[in-house]
Design a protein around this ligand. Structure first.
Ligand code: ATP
Ligand code: MG
Ligand code: MG
Length: 356
């Protein structure tokens, strides 16, 4: 059977491997770690650094198509792989989403709303940027940020010096603080034939900058729900995208504001594993392999809760709950802030009403 190459062997790579294997594919995972979560389930783990040209070539030669589970893959590695195998989603989709400014420029060009933003490369830029965004605002590194890392909040202009110091000289973006009522995300997929299927939007709650829960259905007006799905399709089509993408949105009385996009399966899409016939991981593999997509229809209400660090102490209790599906990542070491697994609590079907 065909072999799917996955760059990155974290939990997303692991769950992609499982989905691929269910469809009869083999997976080869490229990851520098010795004991990464995907290495336990993939058919092969190529353990090497992203600057190891020989290993990259061996990886590319051994697979039929390449995908990835995280967006911060070094550009040099991609440049090399691109000449050897098809990369899905495309290099261009990845390039745009690797840099918060490029991403916001792109979203703006599609007519989508984003928070007011300005580029910051030094302390003077930050003064000027504050004129664009005002306070409160958030300074974020343009690249490599995740789980709220590489961010500093400014309550007032007096916080500027400290915030810039926190960035340690990294090129950054200042964003106006969006006064949202809540956050939702859409997990969308597009096939090689240009077919689009979006999962129902989920409502996301963050704790300390890390996703805590995703609840479906999300609280949304019919119009916002439609808008969320249509704008996601708009983004996918504009990029001629192939694969699954996560689109994070702020809900405000003035409409939906795009926070960020992720060119991969997404933590806020984990509920699909137990809420849909075809989940986001299978959907991504189908797209990458050139297959038709699943329809993405949701059959149950679900609350996904991330199990982070010491939350692992609750696993046994969760295992005793009914209608709770555990997904653990096999990480040996528990660390504060580390995503260890998640649980999907499925709302059971209502008992059949008997008419008398
Ligand atoms: P992820 O792990 O989702 O990639 P990240 O490090 O890229 O996270 P963001 O999604 O940019 O971080 O921000 C994390 C959270 O901080 C958001 O989900 C939201 O709750 C809050 N946040 C970020 N930007 C803004 C903003 N401009 N206005 C209000 N809240 C914001
Ligand atoms: Mg992000
Ligand atoms: Mg985010």
């Amino acid at each position: 059977g065909a072999v799917i190459g996955i760059l990155g062997g974290g939990q997303l790579g692991r769950m992609l491997s499982v989905a691929a294997s269910r469809l009869g594919f083999k997976t080869y995972v490229f990851d520098p770690g010795t004991d990464c979560p995907a290495s336990h389930v993939a058919d092969q783990h190529i353990q090497a650094n992203y600057d190891d040209a020989d290993a990259l070539k061996r990886f590319a030669d051994a697979v039929d198509v390449i995908t990835y589970e995280f967006e911060n893959i070094p550009t040099s590695a991609l440049d090399m792989l691109e000449g050897l195998r098809v990369i899905r989603p495309s290099r261009e989709a990845l390039r745009i989403s690797q840099d918060r400014i490029t991403e916001k420029d792109f979203l703006t060009s599609l007519g989508l709303k984003v928070a007011p933003y300005a580029n910051v490369e030094n302390a003077d830029d930050l003064e000027a940027a504050l004129q664009v965004t005002g306070t409160p605002s958030i300074l974020k590194t343009r690249r490599f940020g995740y789980d709220g890392k590489g961010q500093a909040r400014l309550q007032s202009p007096e916080d500027a010096a400290q915030a810039w110091a926190d960035m340690a000289g990294a090129p950054s973006v200042l964003e106006g603080f969006v006064d949202f009522s809540h956050e939702v995300s859409v997990i969308g997929a597009r096939s090689a034939d240009g077919e689009v299927a979006c999962f129902d939007p989920g409502e996301n709650v963050h704790l300390d900058g890390i996703l805590h829960t995703t609840t479906v259905p999300a609280t949304l007006t019919a119009s916002h729900r439609m808008d969320a799905v249509l704008l996601t399709a708009n983004i996918l089509n504009a990029l001629d995208y192939v694969g699954v993408m996560g689109v994070e949105l702020f809900v405000t009385p003035q409409g939906l504001i795009v926070n960020e996009i992720a060119p991969r399966v997404h933590n806020s899409g984990h509920w699909t594993q137990n809420g849909c016939t075809v989940d986001q991981f299978e959907q991504h593999i189908r797209a990458v392999a050139g297959w038709p997509l699943g329809d993405g229809v949701r059959h149950s209400d679900v609350v996904m809760e991330n199990l982070i660090g010491d939350d692992m102490n609750r696993v046994e209790a969760i295992a005793r709950e009914s209608n709770a599906a555990l997904h653990l990542y096999g990480k040996a070491e528990v660390k504060a802030g580390r995503k260890m697994g998640h649980v999907n609590r499925v709302v059971p079907p209502q008992p059949t009403k008997i008419k008398r």
